[in-house]
Design a protein around this ligand. Structure first.
Ligand SMILES: C[S@@+](CC[C@H](N)C(=O)[O-])C[C@H]1O[C@@H](n2cnc3c(N)ncnc32)[C@H](O)[C@@H]1O
Length: 279
């Protein structure tokens, strides 16, 4: 395969990749939720506001991260997937997706994508994979799937199965900004046997909490969209949704955690998760 046109260097702090510390950023607020250190006072302030009014937000963020880990482990171990395209990667928090995949299959190839310069600035931590495998980072916007595919094709073999993960990403993309179209464009290019791993926010379980959280994000300049179970189903058109279906991320195979125990407490959290197989 030819060398990829991949950005792997530190963020350019004066160009379009400048890190704006005056406004909260979703990746950094999420990092604060996960107990990370790569956030600024504006992010912590919004994180604290959200958790004070949406009491489930913290638990949801942690349960979501563990959903990613369980789904990745299952696809590597049971479905034999060796290629992963993870869009909306976030700031590295161990274990990251490549660490899970490469612990099962050291030769796994992983491509990370995010559009936030802070994630680019931390990309080196994402690129420390196994020598047998490949781990790369692309700075790109999910709303431009063509550009992602163009670059990812240099790294992944699209004639073989790929696990495409969009974890806690699509609530940042409104329907009118092409949320469904971008998923369709990406899934269309995948070979049979590929999988879509998706999680996104819902107001189905705790509507008042979630609406308050959405309002707090909006006041911080971040627009979020909550989707119903039926709306989530729209992302899986043409795919076979694996059991147990579209469920709270906390309820998606909790027994597949590293310890085999349910780690996310009882009851649903406000993110749906599901895995679909391309027949
Ligand atoms: C809540 S974090 C989720 C991180 C990780 N996927 C996880 O679930 O642990 C959402 C990530 O999506 C990224 N993101 C939001 N909109 C995006 C877009 N249009 N294109 C690419 N990344 C985006 C943010 O920068 C952030 O890193």
């Amino acid at each position: 395969m030819t060398q990829p046109a991949v950005q792997r260097t530190d963020a350019n702090r004066t160009g379009p990749n400048r890190i704006d510390t005056t406004r909260p950023h979703p990746a950094r607020v999420y990092d604060w939720f996960l107990g990370g250190k790569d956030n600024y006072p504006v992010d912590e302030e919004l994180g604290r506001q959200i958790t004070s009014i949406d009491t489930g937000a913290l638990r949801a963020a942690r349960a979501n991260r563990r959903f990613m880990q369980r789904a990745t482990r299952r696809l590597a171990r049971e479905a034999g997937i060796r290629q992963f395209l993870d869009i909306g990667t976030g700031i590295p928090t161990e274990p990251n997706l490549h660490q899970i995949a490469q612990s099962v299959a050291p030769d796994a190839r992983v491509v990370y994508v995010d559009n936030d310069p802070i994630v680019l600035a931390h990309a080196e931590a994402l690129l420390r994979g196994t020598p047998e495998g490949v781990t790369e980072y692309l700075q790109a916007d999910a709303r431009d799937p063509r550009s992602i595919l163009e670059q990812a094709r240099h790294i992944l073999d699209f004639d073989r199965p790929i696990a495409l993960s969009l974890i806690a990403l699509l609530h940042f993309v409104a329907d009118e900004d092409g949320a469904y179209e971008l998923v369709e464009a990406l899934v269309d290019t995948l070979a049979p046997g590929s999988c879509l791993v998706l999680s996104a926010m819902t107001a189905d379980f705790e509507p008042e909490n979630v609406q308050r959280g959405i309002a707090a994000y909006a006041a911080g300049g971040v627009t979020l969209v909550a989707r119903s179970q039926a709306e989530m189903g729209g992302f899986f058109e043409g795919l076979e949704v694996m059991e147990p279906g579209i469920v709270s991320v906390a309820d998606w195979h909790p027994e597949l955690s590293a310890t085999g125990e349910r780690l996310d407490g009882d009851g649903p959290v406000s993110l749906y998760g599901a895995v679909g197989l391309k027949p």
